[in-house]
Design a protein around this ligand. Structure first.
Ligand code: KIV
Length: 275
């Protein structure tokens, strides 16, 4: 059954946890969709895990549209949410609506995600008014890493914790259908989740959230540059990949691959006739 923003709303009412995972291409989107996740986030984390940048700041609208369209072709039932890249919405409400529209029209996403609370509440309001569902993202917002002084847990002191609660209420009021809480202490995230009516999707925010999101390379052991403390490795696909490619190298070098069953056949007469 197709997941929509209505599914998110109902899940919160029914106290049913939502699963979100990132994907950046057709094949993985299809696998995750078939596994049954509720939503697929085409995160601007694509910049780090697929494109090799050290942060998400260089990611462009063209990158996001390209990857979102590939994911959308692979996802039948999962809601496809596309991240709005750095400087595609901060510059003005007008830019935010135009760029959100491009992710829907050209990328075929069904919703967009953007980072920030009070600073982008007008953008959220305007995008929703243009009939595009918005998932908000507060706490540690990677596009603001230069303001935070790195990727750091947010909301540990009273003032910062209150700001997270206020921003959650603000994005809810602005019309967001869900909010990602990233790197927020678990007890604070649980309290935020109890105090707003839209689902909270946690990443490094404990199990009191209404759902969880992970970057798939982190949870499947496919990214070794660093592993965030909150990312559980559910499978070691990196090890499997290295073993499989190691076997391939051995068999090509020994001549065992390709074997007879991988050959295309031809009549010997045809071969003999070729001079
Ligand atoms: O870009 C991304 O993958 C994200 C998640 C970490 C929430 O924003």
């Amino acid at each position: 059954m197709k997941n929509t923003v209505v599914t998110f709303r109902e899940a919160k009412k029914e106290n049913k946890k939502q699963t979100m995972i990132t994907a950046y291409d057709y094949s993985f989107a299809k696998l995750f969709d078939e596994a049954g996740v509720n939503s697929i986030l085409v995160g601007d984390s694509v910049g780090m895990v697929s494109l090799g940048y050290e942060d998400t700041l260089p990611v462009t609208m063209e990158d996001m549209i390209h990857h979102t369209a590939a994911v959308a072709r692979g996802a039948q039932n999962a809601l496809v949410i596309a991240d709005m890249p750095f400087m595609s919405y901060q510059t003005s409400v007008y830019d935010a609506v135009v760029n959100a529209g491009r992710l829907i029209k050209e990328g075929h996403a069904q919703a967009v995600k953007l980072e920030g609370g009070a600073a982008v509440a007008e953008q959220i309001r305007a995008i929703v008014a243009a009939s595009i569902p918005v998932c908000a993202h507060i706490g540690m917002t990677p596009q603001s890493k230069n303001i935070f002084g790195g990727f750091k847990v947010q909301g540990k002191q009273v003032e910062a914790a209150q700001r997270i609660m206020d921003e959650a209420r603000l994005v809810e009021e602005a019309g967001a259908f869900a909010v990602v809480l990233e790197c927020v202490p678990a007890k604070l995230a649980a309290k935020v989740s109890e105090n707003i009516s839209i689902p909270t999707i946690g990443i490094g925010a404990g199990n009191g959230c209404d759902g969880q999101v992970l970057v798939y390379q982190d949870m499947l052991g496919l990214f070794s540059d660093f592993t965030p403390k909150f990312a559980k490795k559910f499978a070691d696909c990196g090890k499997l990949v290295k073993e499989g490619v190691g076997e391939y190298i051995k068999e090509v070098e020994s001549g065992a691959f390709p074997a007879e069953e991988h050959h295309f056949k031809i009549d010997q007469q045809v071969v003999d006739a070729v001079k």
